[in-house]
Every structure is written in structure tokens, then in C-alpha cells.
Design a protein around this ligand. Structure first.
Ligand SMILES: NC(=O)C1=CN([C@@H]2O[C@H](COP(=O)(O)OP(=O)(O)OC[C@H]3O[C@@H](n4cnc5c(N)ncnc54)[C@H](OP(=O)(O)O)[C@@H]3O)[C@@H](O)[C@H]2O)C=CC1
Ligand SMILES: N[C@@H](CC=O)C(=O)O
Ligand code: NA
Length: 435
């Protein structure tokens, strides 16, 4: 007998998944065991790009997760509710889950995985991070013997697409965002993409897998790309950098102090000046990449399409395939490489303790000695400067760009607070971290 799917959602990813599952030539033979039993949507009158058998389409999503015939629920509606309740109900009914919903997993992972472990079912989420890029399963399986110390990712396709086009074409932010939405990359509400929240959800999930503990989403510092201007992109370029929205999870100690504990982590999302020769600097457009560093592997980078119908459908379908295989070999004991066994929360270090370089752009009165005053303030707080250049004027005001050496973020912020009080300083329009 075939394995029956209840698919919730037939939008970009749902449609891509159904198209893949209806076009099986040349794909894994096990896919032939799958039957699309029911598909849930909100607006049944909408035209669809796929044909489904009669009575498959429904607006009653509760009925799908309660249907005893359904083996696997594939949640592709997105958002928090009703996605969370439907997933929990499906788990309670003994169904395995495939989801692309990083927002729900990052917020309710604790509840969902605890329920799944209790019910003896798996929750698969390859599509939730990096779209089509295999990164969840590699972290759970192929890389799990490494002591990972850093995960650095470009994990939001929309913002990478926007920043790339702003850089290459000098285009303006809102026009490029509209294109990203048309192409199906952006979330229904693109705020999550643009403000770094989507990337925060994703790095929380990656960090949990890489460092073996649960993460409270509110511990992830996040800044989006709205404040990144064409001016900063141009200065960064002159200084040998590109600006990328990076999601970073990094241990502050080389390895955990005891075999069972997780190390303290720095966990953050922000636009970052990246040296042009860094492996992530050349990741452009909607592509995502995740650089994982650890011992003994050193570095491995996962690269590919981070969003879009076909790419994401590839990840969703591979999770379905894994579950079909698991259902066929089902034993009383769950496979620990497919289930989540985390119990404890990771300890996250405050941003003030972060050691990083900074880029800052100042608008100042055109007076003698301003650069000296900036230098003195920075010196008072132990901020050492890598470069300081007066690059030009904006009207009456002089524009000064500073790049620091590594500094404790708290010290840098104290120096800036004092600089703000200087009579010669008009404003500090940009402040970005440098990798
Ligand atoms: N788009 C992408 O490239 C990627 C998306 N994802 C994730 O995949 C998930 C789906 O995204 P995407 O396909 O882009 O979203 P879409 O907005 O394109 O599709 C959502 C689908 O869910 C249905 N739906 C939404 N809410 C309800 C509800 N309350 N009741 C019934 N049906 C509902 C909609 O129905 P109807 O069609 O009737 O409106 C639609 O079919 C999200 O979690 C997203 O974060 C992950 C990686 C990449
Ligand atoms: N909106 C997301 C889609 C995939 O998660 C993105 O832009 O990366
Ligand atoms: Na993925």
C-alpha cells in the first residue's frame, strides 16, 4: 500500500512539491510509493498550476490532520497559526511531519519536538533553512561527529537578491523588493525577510543542530537591511568589502567544558562588511550559502538556491522520501539521527561582549581637528582604528568613514555615545559590523 500525504498549502512551495511528485521519471523509485491523498488550501476558487484528482482539494485542514488514512502531513501554509496547532494535532494523531516553516519551528520547536518524541513520530524540516540546499540533514548526520565552532550563513534569499542588485545596478531598495516578491522569494509579509527575522529563525534552527541545544528565539540579536544605503555599498566596495546580511552562530570557547554541556554562543543576524576574498562574498542573488567550521573538518560550505518553488520542493520531497523509507523499516526504537533529542537550552552571550570590527560613517562640521577628536574618543575606550578617511562632503557637512580593529562591542558603543555629544558631530548615518 502507498504512503498517503496530506499536504497543507498549495502556494509557491506546495505547488512545486506537487509538480515534483507528479513528474517521477528519472527520480528515486521510492517516490512511486507516495500518494497525494488530500491537499488543503484557503481559497478553493483560485486557479492552480497543478491538476489534482477529484475531491483531493479541501479547505478543511483540520479534517486532513485528523484523517486516519494520512501517514505524513506536509505543512506548507507558513505562519504561526493555524500551522502550529495543525502540526501538533497531526503529531497527536501519530502522523510524521514535513514542514518548511522556520517561523513555527524557531518559536515552537520545543513544544513540537517534545510532542513528536512522545508520539514516536519524526518532524523533518530540510526546506526550512537554505531552501533547496541540503543543510539540516548534513548537520544532523554527516557533520555530527565534528566539534562545530562557527556557522555563518547567507540564509535569506530575498535580502541577498536585494543587496546584490543594489550593488551591481545601484537600484533602489523598494523596486528590487517588489521584484523579489514577484519571483516568489519573499515571505507573504516581506518584513520578516527585510528586517532579518527570517534569517534569525533560520540561524536559531542551525545553531540548535550544530551545537546540540535548544535556542530561545528572543536570544538571537537581529538587524535587517533597511538602513543599508547605496552610499555605504559604494564605500564598502572602495574599502575592499561587500555588504551581506549574515547570520552567525559562534562558540566563545573552543569546546564545551563538559561532555554533556553546550558552549556559550554568540548568535546574531546583521548586515556585515565582508572582505571580498571571503568565501561568502561571492554568493549573489537569491542564492544562499552556509559555511560550517569545526574540528576536524575545518571548513565546509553549502551553496545553492535558498528559495523558489522547485528548489524548496526538492528539500520537501527529500524529507518525504526519508519518511517513506523510515515507514518501510519502522522499528519500535526511533532513529536518533532523524529525531530531536535536545533537552537543554544553549547559553547566549550578550551583544555587548561580542568582539568584532566596525564600519561607521560620520557626518561632521567641516572644522579642523575633527578627525583628532574622533580618534581621542575612540582611544579613551580602547577602540583601535584600522582606517579613517574623510571621503567627501554632503552639502556643508564632511563625511568621514572609520573601520576599526577588533573591539568589544560594549566599548565601541560607549565611544559612540561620547562621540554623539561632540559639538562637531552632526550625525552617524551608518554603523555596520565587519567580519
Ligand atoms: N517561497 C519560498 O521560496 C520558500 C518558502 N518557505 C516556506 O514554505 C512555506 C510556504 O511558503 P509559500 O509556498 O511561499 O507560501 P504561499 O503564500 O505561496 O502559499 C501558502 C499556501 O497555504 C495556504 N494557506 C495559508 N494559510 C492558510 C489557512 N489558514 N488555511 C488554509 N490554507 C492556507 C494558501 O492557500 P491559497 O492558495 O488558497 O491562498 C496557499 O496555498 C512557508 O513556511 C515559507 O516560509 C521555505 C523556503 C522557501
Ligand atoms: N523568504 C525566504 C524564503 C525561504 O526561506 C527567503 O527569501 O530566503
Ligand atoms: Na535546506
Amino acid at each position: 500500500m502507498g504512503v498517503k500525504l496530506g499536504i497543507l498549502g498549495l502556494g509557491t512551495v506546495g505547488t512545486g512539491t506537487v509538480q515534483l511528485l507528479q513528474d517521477l521519471n528519472g527520480r528515486h523509485p521510492l517516490l512511486r510509493e507516495i500518494e497525494i491523498h488530500r491537499v488543503g488550501v484557503r481559497s478553493p476558487q483560485l486557479p492552480r498550476a497543478v491538476e489534482l484528482a477529484k475531491n483531493v482539494l479541501s479547505t478543511d485542514l483540520e479534517a486532513i490532520v485528523n484523517d486516519p488514512a494520512v501517514d505524513i502531513v506536509v505543512e506548507l501554509i507558513g505562519g504561526l497559526e493555524p500551522a502550529r496547532s495543525l502540526i501538533l494535532k497531526a503529531i497527536e494523531n501519530g502522523k510524521h511531519i514535513v514542514t518548511a516553516n522556520k517561523a513555527a519551528i524557531a518559536r515552537f520547536g520545543d513544544e513540537i519536538f517534545t510532542a513528536a518524541n512522545k508520539a514516536g513520530v519524526y518532524v523533518m524540516l530540510e526546506a526550512a533553512v537554505g531552501g533547496g540546499i541540503p543543510v539540516i540533514q548534513p548537520l544532523k548526520q554527516s557533520l555530527s561527529v565534528n566539534r562545530i565552532h562557527t556557522v555563518t550563513g547567507i540564509v535569506n534569499g530575498t535580502t541577498n537578491y536585494i543587496l546584490t542588485r543594489m550593488q551591481t545596478e545601484g537600484s533602489n531598495f523598494s523596486d528590487v523588493l517588489a521584484d523579489a516578491q514577484k519571483l516568489g522569494y519573499a515571505e507573504a509579509d516581506p518584513t520578516a525577510d527585510v528586517d532579518g527575522l527570517d534569517a534569525a529563525d533560520k540561524i536559531a534552527i542551525l545553531a540548535s543542530l550544530a551545537f546540540g541545544g535548544r535556542i530561545k528565539l528572543q536570544d538571537v540579536y537581529s538587524e535587517g537591511i533597511r538602513q543599508v544605503s547605496k552610499t555605504d555599498i559604494a564605500y564598502a566596495e572602495k574599502l575592499g568589502f561587500v555588504i551581506k546580511l549574515l547570520a552567525i552562530a559562534k562558540t566563545l570557547t573552543p569546546s564545551p567544558s563538559s561532555p554533556s554541556s553546550t558552549p556559550p554562543l554568540s548568535l546574531r543576524v546583521h548586515p556585515t562588511l565582508l572582505p571580498k576574498e571571503h568565501p561568502l562574498a561571492s554568493i549573489n542573488g537569491v542564492y544562499n550559502a552556509i559555511l560550517v567550521e569545526g574540528e576536524p573538518l575545518k571548513q565546509v560550505m553549502f551553496f545553492g538556491p535558498g528559495a523558489g518553488a522547485g528548489a524548496t520542493a526538492s528539500a520537501v520531497s527529500s524529507d518525504i522520501l526519508n519518511l517513506v523509507a523510515a515507514l518501510k523499516t519502522s522499528t519500535a526504537n526511533p532513529n536518533p539521527l532523524l529525531s530531536c533529542a535536545h533537552q537543554d537550552y544553549c547559553q547566549i552571550v550578550p551583544m555587548a561582549e561580542l568582539i568584532t570590527r566596525f564600519y561607521a560613517r560620520f557626518l561632521t562640521k567641516d572644522q579642523p581637528g575633527v578627525i583628532g577628536k574622533l580618534g581621542t574618543c575612540f582611544g579613551t575606550y580602547g577602540v583601535s582604528l584600522e582606517s579613517i578617511v574623510q571621503t567627501g562632503f554632503q552639502g556643508e557637512l564632511a563625511e568621514i568613514v572609520v573601520v576599526t580593529h577588533d573591539v568589544r562591542e560594549g566599548n565601541f558603543r560607549q565611544a559612540l555615545a561620547e562621540i554623539h555629544t561632540l559639538e562637531a558631530i552632526d550625525s552617524i548615518p551608518s554603523l555596520l559590523r565587519v567580519l
